[in-house]
Design a protein around this ligand. Structure first.
Ligand code: MG
Length: 260
């Protein structure tokens, strides 16, 4: 069932959204060689709680942490650990906060030191995929228009579009209807209407889109072990077009470069 939000509810939602972006930005400033993903997770959890909010991910389906931290070939759902980030890695952080009864959800892939040009290009194109998807989030379009925009841009660059993990409606809980795949056909799927709030989150692999889950039951990796990138915002569909709710005073985007 799709829950339609009133304009008033969308305004309230911005509290959780802006905090979620501030959290992601705070996490990104820690991303540099020598840091562990567990250290980032601990700072994020404190940051969220200091703001009187609750980590959106901790305990969700039993997930043990406040961020998903996915390094290089890890696509999503990486568990923070004592693994030390190295120069040339990329780190995807997916995090969000529940505040005022609403859940913010956003993700960003950060550069650790200096990744290769090839890896940087993957990240830049994946962010462009997110922007292309958001541009389709207008009343009267369909879910398939978002997926088509993401998929066609990614595949034009020869990249793989992850199929099993998709965007979703967001509201009082992290995952609501409808699913928002990163692939699709124009004009297909649920019709978008004013008051829908969805997380759009392309997960794009440099090589194959095929993947599997590690023995820890969470971390999803590409089968060819080539890197993957992941960018996400929570977006409201309004009569004036898409409004990004995961936006703070500095905007809706982070720096690619960790540590900034
Ligand atoms: Mg999400």
């Amino acid at each position: 069932m799709i829950h339609i939000k009133t304009p008033q509810e969308i305004e309230e939602f911005k509290v959780a959204g802006s905090l979620s972006k501030a959290v992601l930005r705070r996490a990104g400033r820690m991303v540099r060689p020598g840091v562990t993903t567990r250290e980032i997770d601990q700072v994020v959890e404190s940051f969220i709680r200091l703001h009187g909010a609750v980590p959106g991910f901790k305990g969700l389906y039993g997930f043990p942490a406040s961020i998903c931290a996915s390094i290089n070939e890890e696509i999503v759902h990486g568990i923070p650990s004592n693994r030390v980030l190295e120069d040339g890695d990329i780190l995807s952080i997916d995090t969000g906060a529940t505040a005022g009864g609403w859940v913010g959800d956003n993700a960003w892939t950060f550069f650790v030191g200096t990744p290769s040009q090839e890896v940087k290009a993957l990240c830049e194109v994946t962010l462009d995929c997110l922007k292309a998807g958001i541009a389709q989030a207008v009343p009267g379009n369909h879910i398939g228009d978002i997926g088509f925009a993401v998929q066609s841009l990614a595949e034009r660059h020869g990249y793989g579009v992850i199929r099993e993990y998709v965007g979703h409606g967001v509201g009082h809980v992290m995952h609501e209807d409808p699913n928002v795949p990163n692939f699709g056909k124009k004009g297909r799927g649920v019709k978008l209407q004013v008051g829908m709030v969805i997380a759009i989150e392309p997960m794009i692999a440099m090589g194959t889109y095929k993947n599997h889950t590690l023995a820890n039951g969470w971390t999803v990796v590409t089968n060819d072990r080539k890197p993957a990138a992941h960018y996400e915002n929570t977006v409201a569909i309004t009569k004036d077009g898409p409004v990004i709710l995961t936006e703070d005073a500095e905007g809706a985007w982070c720096s690619f470069q960790g540590g900034e």
